[in-house]
Design a protein. Structure first.
Length: 462
């Protein structure tokens, strides 16, 4: 039996128990090695209906969609239709944000690598029509600039909607149709949905959210986020098999399994080149390329992306030097536990890559500079206040905003403890993980200017 078949057998045998331990309703897994794919699925897609997952079930891939949008952009570069370093306004004159100077200077390269600097978590509903992305641009005209373009990394969903609009303008069609014409069809993908209307043609996973009174997650009240954010990852769903088929094209220098050239070798390589370094965030990559997250793991490098929608989480990791990819798609619970258990085993066995352990509390907390970190930090998602109690313990209190205030109960205060430098960890794991909270920058008085958890929330207290 080949190593790939052995891994496939291990995943199929162990997946049900992994899901039960992590309170994950269902998962779909696909592993690619040397052009061959093995798949596995288990669990319940929707606890409202009891429908079981199979290997043809579609799950939302969330922000992994951003790498598809980036690929569509690089196809335009290949065709000489787009210059990554020219202003976005050369193609989309309607692009506007609160800072006019920034709006006139921001480039597609900066959008692709999350360094454009404007507030990016804007899930504005502009309807379900093919003009949803076009209409979205007008809704971000007042988005504040957090820092100068190119200054630092801050994960930005809105940036990828702008990139999606570039695709629409230069292709003369909707983003969804461009994705089908230029990616799904040439890749031969068969189980892919760009909307709920298409997902209903398949066994489709529903997301599940934490319950107020127990470990078992409960069905989410809606299937997806808004269509306006489709280029950022609000809608796209597929099987794990189709996701690693897409990954295979990136591993094979831009060529589909049947030999069709989808992307130039030069653009494949450019997407994987480091554009910006990240703070030590533990769970995220060490750097970002053009769309891809880059991980400096032993035996790597590794590239990939994660996705999180309403109760669904997706994970894709690829080792270009070994021709190996693994996708783990889930619909609730402690999804990171399942991802880590499967991906670490697959990459070790097939690619000789050792994944780092998830962030854990140090034996003794690192001393924290309270004057530097205390205060309130804000984004369109939440206001976060960092305070210290009478016993000297540090607490983070978050008030959610917009659509996020409507999903599930309000978050409880979280105690933070020193982990490394100016980065702290929650004392208690949340959904099975401890997300690092990095305090970066300087407001001119020595205090941190940003609370960074992948997104840079700017200090707002005087």
């Amino acid at each position: 039996m080949s190593e790939l078949n052995e891994i496939g057998s291990w995943v199929r045998e162990n997946l049900p128990a992994l899901l039960a331990d992590a309170h994950v309703p269902a998962a779909s897994v696909a592993v690619l090695s040397d052009g061959e794919i093995v798949t596995a699925a288990a669990g319940i897609l929707n606890r409202n209906t009891g429908v079981e997952a199979d290997e043809d079930s579609v799950f939302q891939i969330g922000s992994i969609t951003k790498t598809w949008t980036a690929t569509l952009i690089m196809q335009l570069v290949d065709e000489g239709l787009l210059d990554l370093d020219a202003p976005v306004r050369d193609v989309v004159p309607a692009f506007a944000i609160a800072d006019e100077a920034a709006a006139s200077a921001i480039t597609p390269r900066q959008l692709l690598s999350h360094v454009s600097g404007f507030e990016g978590d804007l899930f504005n509903d502009t309807g379900v029509g093919d003009d949803a992305v076009e209409k979205y641009l007008a809704t971000i005209a007042d988005a504040p600039q957090l820092f100068a373009p190119g200054e630092r990394f801050s994960y930005n969903n809105a940036a990828f909607v702008v990139l999606g609009r570039i695709v629409e303008v230069l292709r003369g069609t909707s983003f969804d149709q461009a994705l089908r014409t230029h990616l799904a069809t040439p890749l031969g993908l068969t189980h892919l949905a760009t909307s709920a209307a298409e997902a209903i043609m398949f066994r489709a996973a529903l997301g599940h959210l934490p319950s107020e009174d127990g470990n078992e997650p409960v069905p989410a009240p809606v299937w997806s986020l808004v269509r306006s954010n489709a280029p950022a990852g609000s809608m796209l769903a597929m099987t794990a098999r189709d996701l690693v088929t897409y990954a295979r094209m990136h591993l094979d220098g831009g060529v589909a399994a049947d030999g069709t050239r989808v992307l130039s070798t030069e653009s494949v390589q450019a997407m994987q080149e480091r554009q910006v370094e990240l703070p030590d965030l533990g769970l995220m990559g060490d750097a970002w390329g053009l769309g891809w997250e880059l991980f400096d793991w032993a035996g790597g490098p590794v590239i990939g992306h994660d996705g999180g929608t309403i109760g669904q989480n997706a994970f894709l990791r690829m080792v270009p030097g070994a021709g190996v990819a693994v996708a783990v798609l889930t619909n609730g619970g402690h999804a990171v536990d399942v991802y880590h258990a499967i991906t670490s085993r697959v990459l070790a066995a097939l690619a000789g890559v050792r994944m780092p352990a998830l962030p854990s509390l140090p034996d003794s907390p690192v001393e924290v500079d309270l004057d530097r970190i205390l205060g309130t930090y804000s984004s369109s998602v939440s206001d976060s206040t960092v305070r210290v109690d009478d016993d000297g313990r540090v607490w983070l209190e978050r008030t959610m905003k917009g659509i996020f205030a409507e999903l599930g109960p309000a978050p409880e205060p979280v105690e933070l403890v020193g982990w490394a430098g100016d980065t702290l960890l929650p004392r208690e794991a949340q959904n099975g993980i401890r997300m690092p909270h990095a305090f970066v920058g300087d407001d001119g008085t020595g205090r941190a200017l940003y609370l960074h958890t992948g997104r840079a929330d700017r200090r707002v207290d005087a």
